[in-house]
Ligand binder design. Structure first.
Ligand code: AMP
Ligand code: GLY
Length: 426
């Protein structure tokens, strides 16, 4: 079968790596891809926003399955349009992608189906929102409703900070994403990400991960798309995973199906493990980036039959095997990220790092320039290592990072610190 993968980040390189290893995959196309995905298949130039053009390409190239990486095309309804054109597509419909596309949608679903999450209120008017803040008091979490590329969440420790965030969002500081604002209770606990494959009715647990959102060591600096991650998350024990499946993922699937918008694809639950149990922070409707880069190397089974079964609604027949090893990824970013990253600097030593034992290097924002690889975005490379513990994976990942010669880049030196501390304390 020929497969088309949509996207161009580290997540897509990891997916391309896993998909291209499948005996079921004849030819893999990636649109637009990056120099890393070019090693797993053929990068193609396609206007992803033009769903008809994507469908035409699929017919021309006998593509039997489309796998959508990022959320943008899903929220835009690429799955609906390709399926309507008779092309099997892995990923949720436009209606089901609202689980990520609208925070208010998800909060209402939680309220209707009893899914544990932070208490909340919704506002389209700044005066009413300020009155609520004054009445409730700080701390509070202020969120723009729509997709805001990770910039739509303000953790307000004081009433002044809450009001500042409201003023910024309602004055259009985040564009249309801020037209509606959700104000939430600030939950206390340890965060974890949990991934499940869904076919509209059944959910198959994948694995857990923890990421590092802040730009600099010690979890300081501005928020980013993620500077590193590791899997599994120590806080996600078997018992906790079962609670998440029964209390959160199960009711979500049942609720979405009951509303006539069944969810198919990857459900990525951002969780807070609180003293009362797991609570949902938010959903994403795709693999995480960089979480996917630590999930794929741990997956022992062929991913393609699982993706097909999720699309076909027969996931209950699928069983996936996972490595007991931990995986850890260090994101190497261009200097300036998450502000304005410097583009064009030359990166050397990627091949050397990638040939280290138990190490993989996934490309994100890179570009081939003649024989060289240059930086072409914010998050540029993912250096991933497997180990028997997070500590071992961390040591191998940083040893490989040190083989990469890139003066224009930087990375955090403490990815995995919580798990390493836990392992050290036994
Ligand atoms: P989100 O974009 O909703 O995932 O939020 C980004 C980050 O903000 C999360 O990963 C949490 O660290 C934090 N956060 C969001 N909502 C809450 C909440 N209600 N309580 C505590 N922390 C939160
Ligand atoms: N790493 C967080 C995300 O993919 O949304």
């Amino acid at each position: 079968m020929n497969i088309l993968l949509i996207g161009s980040g580290g997540r897509e390189h990891a997916l391309a790596w896993a998909i291209s290893a499948s005996p079921l995959c004849d030819k893999l196309f990636i649109a637009p891809g990056n120099p890393g995905t070019a090693q797993c298949g053929e990068n193609v130039v396609l206007d992803i926003a033009d769903h008809r053009a994507v469908a035409d390409f699929c017919r021309l190239m006998s593509v039997g399955l489309v796998v959508v990486g990022p959320e943008g095309p899903l929220v835009d309804g690429i799955t609906d349009d390709l399926e309507a054109a008779g092309i099997k597509t892995f990923g949720p419909s436009r209606a089901a992608a609202q689980l990520e596309g609208s925070k208010a949608f998800t909060k209402e679903l939680c309220a209707e189906f009893g899914i544990p999450t932070a208490g909340f209120a919704r506002f389209t008017d700044e005066v009413a929102a300020r009155a609520y803040v004054a009445k409730t008091g700080a701390p509070l979490v202020i969120k723009a409703d729509g997709l805001a590329a990770g910039k739509g969440v303000v953790m307000a420790e004081t009433i002044e900070q809450a009001n500042e965030a409201l003023a910024m969002m309602f004055s259009g500081g985040l564009g249309a994403a801020g037209a509606e604002v959700v104000i939430e209770e600030w939950m206390i606990g340890e965060e974890a990400s949990f991934f499940a494959l869904c076919d509209g009715t059944h959910a198959l647990p994948l694995a857990s991960a923890q990421d590092h959102k802040r730009a600099f060591d010690g979890d300081t600096g501005p928020n980013t798309g993620g500077m590193g991650a590791y899997s599994p998350a120590p806080v996600m024990t078997k018992a906790m995973e079962e609670r998440v499946m029964t209390e959160i993922v199960g009711p979500t699937l049942a609720g979405m199906a009951q509303r006539g918008t069944p969810f198919k694809g990857v459900l990525f639950a951002g969780l807070m493990i609180t003293a009362e149990g797991p609570k949902l922070i938010e959903y994403n409707v795709r693999f995480g980036d960089p979480e996917c880069e630590v999930l794929m190397p741990r997956l022992k089974s062929d991913i393609v039959p699982a993706l097909l079964a999720a699309r076909d609604g027969v996931l209950n027949a699928v069983d996936l095997r996972w490595s007991a090893d931990a995986a850890l990824t260090v994101v190497m970013a261009a200097k300036g990220y998450p502000g304005t990253p410097e583009k064009g600097s030359v990166i050397r030593g990627i091949d050397k790092a990638a040939t280290e034992k138990d190490v993989l290097v996934f490309h994100a924002g890179t570009r081939a320039k003649g024989e060289e690889i240059v930086a072409d975005g914010g998050r540029v490379l993912n250096v991933v290592a497997l180990g028997r513990s997070v500590s071992e994976a961390q040591a191998k990942a940083y040893a490989a990072v040190d083989l990469i010669d890139w003066p224009g880049g930087f990375c955090r030196r403490d990815i995995g610190w919580q798990a390493v501390k836990r392992e050290r304390e036994g």
